[in-house]
Design a binder for this molecule. Structure first.
Ligand SMILES: NC(=O)c1ccc[n+]([C@@H]2O[C@H](COP(=O)([O-])OP(=O)(O)OC[C@H]3O[C@@H](n4cnc5c(N)ncnc54)[C@H](OP(=O)(O)O)[C@@H]3O)[C@@H](O)[C@H]2O)c1
Length: 171
């Protein structure tokens, strides 16, 4: 049986998702949502995103994609191609009894997995920062919005933001 794939990303109004391999905003509410949505799931990420986070996050199983045969890091699984990474994530999801696989970036990994995604959990960050990593173009026609909530900036959220969930429309 297939395990649904969902993509999580925080994207500025100009498409920027990062700069110099780091996140470029303080959005405590988004980090909280990220935690809620990923806890108990296998999480797939690119090597650069893993290095930007710096460690395996507790309560999840981290699968890092890299072409470097020597790559190793404490507490993570390593995969060397997308198909192998997805097989590993599916096995982990079954073992964890997780309802899905979370793809958490970055740009390179989003570009390869968006065509396979069943759901998108996007945070629109209402800002236009400078950056060098962008969310790739995706096939909007194949998804419908299933929820959208708008929030103002606040003491712990640097910018106004919206949480938008999309579901793939099967034809
Ligand atoms: N705003 C957000 O929600 C969000 C989320 C995540 C990340 N980000 C940002 O995104 C940026 C990083 O994105 P990125 O595109 O530069 O890097 P990335 O997607 O995190 O990682 C790219 C690396 O993953 C490995 N890789 C990718 N596809 C592979 C494949 N099919 N087989 C084997 N290995 C593969 C390669 O690693 P090797 O070079 O080791 O071979 C590649 O260099 C950072 O600025 C980060 O802060 C933002």
């Amino acid at each position: 049986m297939s395990v649904p794939l969902f993509v999580l990303a925080a994207i500025a109004d100009n498409g920027v998702i990062g700069d110099d391999n780091r996140l470029i905003w303080q959005l405590s509410s988004d980090l909280k949502r990220f935690r809620q949505l990923t806890l108990g799931h296998p999480m797939l990420m690119g090597r650069k995103t893993f290095q930007s986070i710096g460690k395996a996050l507790p309560g999840r199983e981290t699968v890092v994609l890299t072409r470097d045969p020597a790559f190793a890091a404490e507490g993570v699984h390593v995969a060397h191609d997308l198909a192998g990474a997805l097989d590993l994530c599916r096995d982990l999801a079954k073992r964890m009894q997780a309802p899905g696989i979370a793809v958490v970036g970055g740009a390179d990994v989003y570009a390869q997995t968006l065509p396979l995604a069943d759901r998108l959990h996007l945070t629109e960050v209402h800002a236009t920062p400078h950056g060098d990593a962008f969310f790739p173009d995706w096939d909007r026609k194949s998804f419908k919005v299933i929820s959208k909530e708008d929030f103002p900036s606040g003491p712990r959220d640097e910018y106004a933001y919206s949480f938008i969930d999309y579901q793939r429309v099967r034809t």
